[in-house]
Design a protein around this ligand. Sequence first.
Ligand SMILES: Nc1ncnc2c1ncn2[C@@H]1O[C@H](COP(=O)(O)OP(=O)(O)O)[C@@H](O)[C@H]1O
Ligand SMILES: [Mg+2]
Length: 512
Amino acid sequence: MNAIGLSGVSKQFGRFWANRDISLNIGSGSIHAIVGENGAGKSTLIRMIYGLLTPTDGSISVNGHVVRFTSPRQAIAAGIGMVHQHFMLIPDLTVTENIILGDERSALFATLDRKQAARKIKTISENHGLEIDPAIPVSELSVGEEQRVEILKLLYREANILILDEPTAVLTPSETGQLFATLKSLRNNGKTVILVTHKLDEVLSVSDMVSVMRKGRIAATEQTSSVTKGDLANLMVGRNVLLRTENPPEKTGKLVLKVSDLQYRDARGRQKLNGLSFEISSGEIYGIAGVEGNGQSELLAMLWGMIEPGSATSGSITVDNITLSSKTPAEIAAAGVSLIPEDRLKHAVIGEFAVGENMIFGRHREKKFRRFGGFDTNSIRSYTNTMIERYDIRYDKQSNPSLSSLSGGNQQKIVLAREIERPGLKLLILAQPTRGVDIGAIEMIHKKIIATRDKGIAILLVSSELDEIISLSTRIGCIYKGAIRQEFSPEDVRKGRSSEQDFEKEIGMFIT
Ligand SMILES: Nc1ncnc2c1ncn2[C@@H]1O[C@H](COP(=O)(O)OP(=O)(O)O)[C@@H](O)[C@H]1O
Ligand SMILES: [Mg+2]
């Protein structure tokens, strides 16, 4: 029996087809993964199943009956539930209260019999490994626990088909393991799970079936046991991709960045950095592994001169023995530091400007771009063309588009080209360098990072993708609650690369 069937389903936004002619069956009692690059159309597909969007063409059936949902309310009535990327819980209410509130049918009655509701929640959570204290307010829960409450909400109202959109993006490795155990337990009890993810290891470890989406279409649907990671990557991109970057032994040189005993409290008095120290030498990639929110943003802001170590705090940052504190971002750049920030549209580019303008943004005072006190447009154009070639940046050059119309991967390559090619570069800081970037571009960005390391630049890599940290770093520091709790030496990291699964678990112990 199929829990969900799609037949010739398409979805058009304006003139753009986000989903095209999708036919797909999702078997009842299975875990069906949907993978695809950013923008492939995964979210559009599940939003149609959940009634948040209506198809332009084609039909959807649930348990063999054709449906035409115009709102999630109807999908919920048909037994479908969705865990959103941003949780929708009320912080001041307890777990139990949040779960009851999520059940519209029984909201009126359940409040009358809280004890019974609490018992039902306890049974569900015990049966499926959803550990949680039902009596505490949601404001005291970790992100992973909040996600458990969202799943409990769906199970409490007896949803049979659960849809999760990138659920592991916010989880630690051990929480991810727990979530997958829960999903398998649900499957074993006859529930159907649709799991959207872009992480291929996750697909392989948890799903029964996998569909790959590319450019709005289904490129393939296969039994998971019959495909490899390489097969899936190739189907996603439509050509052969290298998953592991060639990473020959590293030679490291003299000390470049020294971060000592940083302390920082935010405006609300929370200790965000608590004795953070580490060093990076030239020709070395230092990877900071950790769950988001453990001080990474504050460290980056300090390195970039956006916040200074406060009065009640201590610590210092030096690059080549020059102290960075009280320097402005422009002065820091002039000292040979480049930053690829996490949110490129906010901090690294101007979306409305053209590619050439963005290529010299922040570097516009360099002599080679100037002529008679103004800009040398010929020189800027030819420099841009060289970079477009060197970094394989793809867009329609004839129409001279604004940067925001380029794909995430091509935007990121522009930032990378500009920052890596900065004259006098000593330290390159990378924050989530491949977030929102498609697999094909990730491969190329990783190669450029390694080539930069080989030129003797010191590199700081902050990423929440453990895969990326392990495959690129020379040394790894695990950040937790504002300090490096454990460092892995180049020998550890090299060994770890050959037994990646175990190494991820080992790192996981120090970041949670
Ligand atoms: N409401 C919308 N209006 C216009 N375009 C949209 C809308 N939602 C999604 N798209 C476009 O459809 C494509 C697929 O998006 P999405 O389904 O979110 O992909 P994915 O989840 O695989 O990253 C993207 O190019 C996106 O910009
Ligand atoms: Mg999506």
